[in-house]
Write a protein that binds this ligand. Structure first.
Ligand SMILES: *Cc1c(COP(=O)(O)O)cnc(C)c1O
Ligand code: SF4
Length: 472
């Protein structure tokens, strides 16, 4: 038989792999492609007999979430010494956030060394690692309440607003910026509650309708994971009905701490997917913003959940909080970003930790964040490379971390400008005092020095802006 060759087909030649210009990669650099598909939860005494089907059930996850120390003890039993439980109890007595851990998150903690574990650090306070709060810290450090025309709607930037639709989450993070509102009351904080009720929402919708410049709404909380599907749908469709609203994002930590809900709560998933689809029909962008902080949080369950969103055409972006001892080293941050990238989650922001009460042990210095950014950029696609930002205390909004006008590494004060918020104002961020050199710690030890240090830093920033300054 005569071989026929079509001109549109390239001849097949087995050429082998072309000669390499780079040495073979160490397989360890491809670890971001590994997603734990074991039944890892069975290591927890209370979950030893829990089947995969049960563990994937979002009702079971919600019902078995740990909200009290006694329940924590019942769940992990003899995995930790009594001294650790006492440390948590004592830590909680002074914490601005109450606890809530999903069985999923609880199972990701390495209970053989909970003190150093990056997941434990995020959700369970310990009295033994507590540091005194920075003197310049207050409860609503971002002044979100000051910028609220109606309860729960912060309008700070020209064309976008932040809508806090509710005040509960499927987990409570120790470091939550909104500890003034989110979660149940604690001994430390009586919260400014933001319930998901029609009347409050209507006020927010009315405000958004009345401001034609608002194109972009950040729907956050709290966490929209907690919204009933019919509420989620109503919320989304109401925003889509406002002509000038061109895009919005649903913020949820859900995929990081209870990914199975996306797989097993069909009503909630459908509500989300329908809003996104209706948005697309109207040429409006509806996306999900999530909050992964550590590579361990991404398991095979996460991969499946994110793929379900991906198949529905839902864009997922991520906002990470930079946390000391959790993700502040280049290897961990690179692994996190590449692991997210592998399953299609775009790394959008890494936040300098806000000035929040009771979590000084989790904050890092601006100088370290600037260095970390250099290590990360170039590791993967630009659109999967996060921008490292500081949300300037006092309501300055997000600034790229290395864009300070002036930075004094001795006092730890960095000074930012934010012309779109206020062209004249200067905003200061303060490094944690325990990370400062001796000279800086000594000055902060003297309350009479505090205002002087701030005034000096702002003066330096002004001078530099006027072109009179020297090197930092
Ligand atoms: C973060 C934030 C936004 C959204 O900012 P992006 O930079 O677009 O992500 C809007 N309003 C407030 C008050 C915010 O804090
Ligand atoms: S999920 Fe977000 S809003 Fe909820 S406690 Fe954590 S940081 Fe705060």
């Amino acid at each position: 038989m005569k071989a026929s060759s079509s001109p549109s087909t390239l001849p097949v030649v087995d050429a082998g792999a072309p000669a390499a210009r780079k040495p073979p990669v160490d397989p360890a650099t491809l670890r971001h492609r590994e997603f734990d598909d074991s039944e890892f939860w069975r290591a927890i005494p209370a979950y030893a007999d829990v089947s995969r089907e049960t563990f994937l059930d979002h009702h079971w996850q919600a019902k078995n979430s740990v909200t009290r120390v006694s329940k924590l003890l019942d769940t992990i039993r003899d995995l930790v010494p009594a001294s650790f439980i006492a440390d948590v109890e004592e830590g909680l007595a002074h914490a601005p956030m109450s606890i809530r851990l999903s069985p999923y998150v609880l199972s990701l903690i390495d209970w053989s060394n909970p003190v150093d574990d990056p997941i434990r650090r995020q959700f369970l306070p310990l009295a033994s690692t507590r540091l005194p709060d920075h003197p310049k810290l207050d409860l609503d450090s971002l002044h979100e309440k000051a910028d609220m025309p109606v309860p729960g709607l912060t309008h700070r930037y020209p064309d976008k607003a932040l809508f806090l639709v509710l005040d509960t989450c499927p987990v409570y993070c120790r470091f939550c910026t909104r500890s003034y509102a989110v979660g149940i009351d604690t001994e430390e904080v009586h919260k400014y509650h933001l319930r998901p009720n029609q009347q409050r929402w209507e006020q927010a919708f009315a405000y958004i309708r009345s401001r034609p410049e608002l194109e972009d709404i950040v729907v956050s909380g709290g966490d929209v994971y907690q919204l009933r599907p019919d509420y989620l749908r109503t919320l989304g469709m109401t925003l889509l009905d406002i002509d000038h609203v061109r895009r919005f994002r649903f913020a949820t930590k859900g995929p990081a701490i209870m990914p199975m809900k996306i797989l097993t709560d069909d009503a909630w998933f459908r509500a989300l997917a329908d809003v996104v689809e209706e948005g697309r029909r109207r040429h409006k962008e509806v996306v999900v913003h999530t909050h992964f902080n550590h590579p361990t949080e991404l398991t095979d369950i996460t991969r499946q959940a994110i793929f379900r969103l991906f198949e529905a055409g839902i864009t997922v972006r991520n906002q990470t909080v930079l946390l000391r001892g959790v993700n502040d080293d280049p290897d961990t941050m690179r692994l996190l970003i590449r692991k997210m990238g592998w399953i299609g989650v775009h790394a959008y922001y890494v936040y300098q930790h806000d000035m929040v009460k009771g979590v000084e042990d989790l904050r890092t210095r601006v100088a370290d964040t600037v260095e970390l950014e250099k290590e990360i950029r170039g590791a993967t696609a630009g659109f999967n490379t996060p921008t490292f930002v500081v949300d300037a205390p006092g309501g300055g909004g997000k600034r790229v971390v290395h864009s300070y006008e002036y930075y004094d590494r001795v006092t730890g004060i960095s000074v930012y400008r934010s012309p779109n918020v206020d062209p004249e104002a200067y905003y200061c961020y303060f490094d944690p005092i325990d990370t400062l050199p001796e000279a800086g710690r000594a000055r902060w030890a003297d309350p009479a020095e505090h205002d002087a240090m701030v005034a000096e830093a702002i003066e330096q920033a002004r001078a530099r802006r006027a072109g009179a300054g020297g090197a930092d």
